[in-house]
Design a protein around this ligand. Structure first.
Ligand code: BV8
Length: 232
């Protein structure tokens, strides 16, 4: 086969060893905050300060975090693999970019981006976002975190679905398979005949849908897998 086309989906687990909290593990983010308060448009409308504070805290942590061997291995794969590599992340941190990945599809948005709720203009987010900050383009006080909340439509879905329909290999790394549409990508990949692999510390909700499951820490399983794919 020509060099296989690879689609990778990452979740919070790939950033865990870089010190960033996951959502559903023991003591995770959803144990500290109610999803409906900090990760929904309704929560933002109800108490924008709580939501802005939540993302300011995560932006500050992410700014201090260092990519781990898993992020760096995926950057090596992107640089050295002859076939297509599409890296889709549910994460809003920039550790893939800090680890050297050039083309990262942030389907749930990014901490380092701000969005105008009025005109949809985007600009680099300040480390500490203020409620009611003015949009630099339309000057209305409608700045918000550029994050896809529950009930909102994930970004770049067409590009993701296109890559999945052409995939020979689909790998999900560090995601519990709870959140859709990301958790459904494995079904589309299987439908087009791709080989599917889950790499997780604990099996995800949808692990039974994968052809192969590799348990362990991403900083170990991902570099080993990349070596296999690159033949070195
Ligand atoms: C949408 C914001 C319509 C960013 C997030 C009923 C049934 C099915 C679906 C729904 C339903 N009711 C509502 C829905 C839809 C809903 C949904 O799926 N709800 C779930 C909870 C039931 N989805 C939506 O609303 C989405 N929008 O559906 O729009 C649509 C769709 C398509 C086309 C048109 C219209 C929007 C979803 C996005 C929500 N935003 N967060 C942020 O704050 O960060 S979701 C949030 O969860 C994060 O983005 C996070 O990335 C994501 C998934 O979590 P994981 O990354 O998987 O993290 P988790 O902690 O869960 O798991 C960590 C894993 O890592 C574990 O498996 C663990 O074992 C592993 N791990 C830990 N350490 C390591 C490790 N692995 C390796 N090494 C380690 N060291």
């Amino acid at each position: 086969m020509a060099s296989p086309s690879i689609v990778i989906l990452t979740g919070a687990g790939i950033s865990a060893e870089s010190g960033l909290g996951t959502f559903r593990d023991e003591g995770g983010l959803w144990a500290q905050h109610r999803i409906e308060d900090v990760a929904t448009p309704e929560g933002f409308a109800r108490n924008p300060q709580l939501v802005v504070d939540f993302y300011n805290a995560r932006r500050r942590q992410a700014a201090e975090a260092v990519p781990n061997a898993a992020h760096e291995a995926l950057a090596r794969l992107e640089a050295e693999h002859a076939g297509n590599v599409t890296l889709v992340t549910q994460n809003v941190d920039d550790l893939h970019e800090k680890g050297g990945s050039q083309n990262v599809v942030h389907m749930h948005g990014a901490l380092n981006s701000a969005l105008c709720a009025a005109c949809a203009h985007r600009w680099p987010a300040p480390l500490k976002m203020q409620v009611g900050a003015l949009c630099p383009k339309c000057a209305t006080p409608t700045a918000r975190p550029d994050i896809v909340w529950f009930g909102e439509i994930p970004y770049q879905m067409e590009r993701i679905e296109q890559a999945l329909t052409r995939a020979d290999i689909f790998v999900a790394i560090g995601t519990s398979g709870n959140v859709y549409p990301a958790a459904g990508f494995v079904q589309l990949a299987t439908h087009v005949g791709a080989h599917t692999v889950e790499m997780n510390l604990d099996p995800g909700e949808n692990v039974s849908l994968f052809a192969e499951a590799r348990a362990g820490k991403a900083s170990e399983t991902v570099p080993a897998w990349v070596k296999e794919v690159l033949g070195s």
